[in-house]
Design a protein around this ligand. Sequence first.
Ligand code: PAF
Length: 281
Amino acid sequence: MITIDAIQGLRAQVDAWRRGGNVALVPTMGNLHDGHLALVQAARPLADRVVASVFVNPLQFGAGEDFDSYPRTPERDAELLESQGADLLFAPAVELMYPKSCEEQTRVEVPGVSTLLCGVTRPQHFVGVATVVCKLFNMVQPDLAFFGKKDFQQLMVIRQMVDDLAMPIRVIGVDTRREPDGLAMSSRNAYLTPEQRTIAPILYRVLTGLAEILRSGSSDYAGLQSQAVRELNESGFCTDYVAIRRAADLLEPVPDEGELVVLAAVHLGQARLIDNIEVSR
Ligand code: PAF
């Protein structure tokens, strides 16, 4: 695996590879776990070359959020990516991605979907995500790009950006990897104390229960959401939201029409956890 931290070297290498086959990009913020490795594993059979990026993107963190404390494990990340057969690791410095300053950076704003759910409490988050992913796409120019479905709303923001800006990139969502007790894998799980770690899987249990009730035909969305929030708060979470939405656009659902997704964001100690379950009916 080649490690590159400059744009010219990256472009030269990827250009050469693209002449003989297709190239996939797996963007990450590092501190890799099995959920990230699943993205590389999904990319490997579909692409001749797999590029992974590791960049903790300051633009997607709000004031007072965990940009400074976000876990950074560059050597281990490189070893893991190599072990999964990634061909290139792009690990740019902040100055390379944002040479002027974050404030002066041109931004990509995806309307609609960015303003819902996590966009309410983290108003600039998806602008930061779309901007960095757009830059990474321009730098790498991949044919395919892989993102985890745990960040369901992020995946929709990126799909909409790619559509709206006519980017010739196929975006592929990869199923969430979970711990044996159901907790979705996330770098932020490291913030949990041992006691909080025993509470954390309740989030998945509550969402699974809610998904089951929806599958059985209930359409009392408001009642189910309130009940789930109550259960989560009684278990020790501070719930940001539980939302039953249309999987296609994250808008309010209409009974008996289309696929659903149940999404939640909660705080538990220092960690903000998100999770979701898709519901076919
Ligand atoms: O999901 C993430 O790790 C990040 O939001 C991403 C897509 C790498 C952009 O910084």
